[in-house]
Design a protein around this ligand. Structure first.
Ligand SMILES: Cc1cc2nc3c(=O)[nH]c(=O)nc-3n(C[C@H](O)[C@H](O)[C@H](O)COP(=O)(O)OP(=O)(O)OC[C@H]3O[C@@H](n4cnc5c(N)ncnc54)[C@H](O)[C@@H]3O)c2cc1C
Length: 385
């Protein structure tokens, strides 16, 4: 970390200043037109904040995950969504496993925003949660790999220059363990032959630029390979703690937004000649949701601090994601109930954020899979799959 590391309060204030230029009306309009929030993302990239985890020698901010979590969380707390741009912060895999040449070439361009690093192609129609059974293949052919297969639910593919792709390079029946024989590739999307690469939109309930990707005998350069062939699954896992912590921070941001919004509303909405917030039936759910969001925030801070100190943090990062996703969803429901019918009215933004925060129970990892990780890897219970 740099000697000029900003305090968390400073970071929060700076990010909030950018977010204030993009109020609820902006996000609502983008949501109703299903448009990518380019203006917001451009400004945030130009500000440099999304390069938080890129070391200074590559032109980034050189901050820790604790600071990156503050940035991601503040975007959601301000009523926006970090989802359209958070890929730009997921640096762990490249920092740890890309070659020196790849790091020297790509990291400064990602830090400056010249290249958008936003597409992560893992999920497939026949292998969602069970990643190791994915069917996309990359077969070595001289100085190239030939890619065939399909990816599902891939975010931001139309708004990214780079695609991080997970594909099988050794057939499943030829590897000792299912986690072997998968490889990661960093691919420049623009250079791809349109005959072999197609992006098709998938309509989902939030504004997310969600897509299917099709690979049909697509030739990519062998230089796209990250690290060693066959080690991609492990490399991907290495990046997951950062992703879990940043997503958890977004959930906390959402939770705080819901509680602030609902609390303000409860103070001013008068029914039976008194503010609804005077009723304990309104107060208690808000108070409980507040307690749960703030507890989750502590686990986010703890997991980020462990990560930044180079300590193991798998359990904490997973617990942070679990607790924060649950807390933001609870807060969303409480806000919806507090607003009554107005929660459904688009102009209050509650329904938009309600839809958005629901995703965190499913993606990028579902709640069940986190529970399974904690049960089997941390508590040592027998494996269920
Ligand atoms: C809007 C959106 C954006 C996304 N963006 C991306 C992206 O950019 N890149 C990408 O690669 N993926 C992306 N995803 C995919 C996301 O990561 C997957 O949807 C998620 O991992 C779950 O996979 P699945 O949908 O195939 O569910 P499935 O694997 O079919 O699981 C269905 C349900 O069964 C449960 N389940 C499955 N097995 C077990 C078990 N053994 N025990 C208990 N419960 C189990 C799961 O928890 C889940 O609730 C996105 C998804 C959405 C909806």
């Amino acid at each position: 970390m740099t000697t000029n590391t900003p305090t968390h309060d400073e970071l929060r204030r700076w990010v909030r200043e950018v977010c204030e230029r993009y109020p609820g009306e902006y996000w609502r309009e983008k949501d109703s037109k299903k448009e990518y929030p380019s203006e917001f993302v451009d400004e945030l990239i130009a500000s440099g904040y999304l390069s938080a985890l890129i070391p200074e020698e590559y032109g980034g901010f050189g901050l820790g995950v604790s600071e990156a979590a503050v940035i991601a969380g503040e975007i959601n707390r301000a009523g926006g969504a970090a989802g359209p741009c958070h890929g730009q912060m997921y640096m762990s895999t490249l920092l740890r496993h890309a070659s020196e040449e790849q790091r020297d070439y790509y990291l400064p361009k990602i830090a400056s925003g010249e290249l958008r690093f936003q597409t992560f192609g893992v999920t497939e129609p026949n292998s969602g949660t069970d990643t190791t059974r994915l069917q996309t293949t990359a077969v070595r052919d001289g100085e190239h790999y030939i890619v065939n297969g399909q990816k599902m639910f891939i975010s931001r593919a139309n708004n990214s220059d780079l695609l991080l792709l997970l594909a099988r390079t050794t057939p499943l029946d030829e590897v000792e363990r299912r986690t072997h024989g998968l490889s990661l590739f960093l691919i420049e999307q623009e250079a791809l032959d349109p005959e072999g690469f197609e992006i098709q939109p998938v309509e989902v309930m939030i504004n997310n630029d969600t897509n299917q990707l099709f690979f049909d005998n697509l030739e990519i350069s062998a230089s796209c390979l990250i690290g060693e062939e066959g080690m991609g699954f492990r490399y991907l896992l290495d990046g997951l703690n950062t992703e879990r912590i940043l997503i958890a921070a977004e959930c906390v941001g959402d939770g705080r937004w819901f509680i602030e919004k609902a609390t303000d509303y409860a103070k001013t909405r008068v029914v039976f000649e008194r503010p609804i917030g005077q009723n304990q039936g309104i107060q208690f759910p808000l108070a409980r949701a507040y307690a749960n969001v703030e507890s989750a925030a502590l686990m986010v801070e703890r997991s980020a601090a462990l990560f930044d100190a180079g300590e193991p943090c798998g359990a904490e990062a997973n617990m942070a994601k679990l607790l924060a996703a649950d807390a933001s969803w609870e807060a969303a429901n409480v806000a919806m109930q507090t607003f009554g019918g107005y929660g459904f009215a688009r102009e209050y933004d509650v329904e938009r954020k309600f839809r958005e925060t629901r995703l965190y129970q499913i993606a990028p990892i579902s709640t069940n899979l986190i529970l399974s990780y904690l049960a089997e890897h941390i508590l040592g219970l027998p494996r269920s799959f």
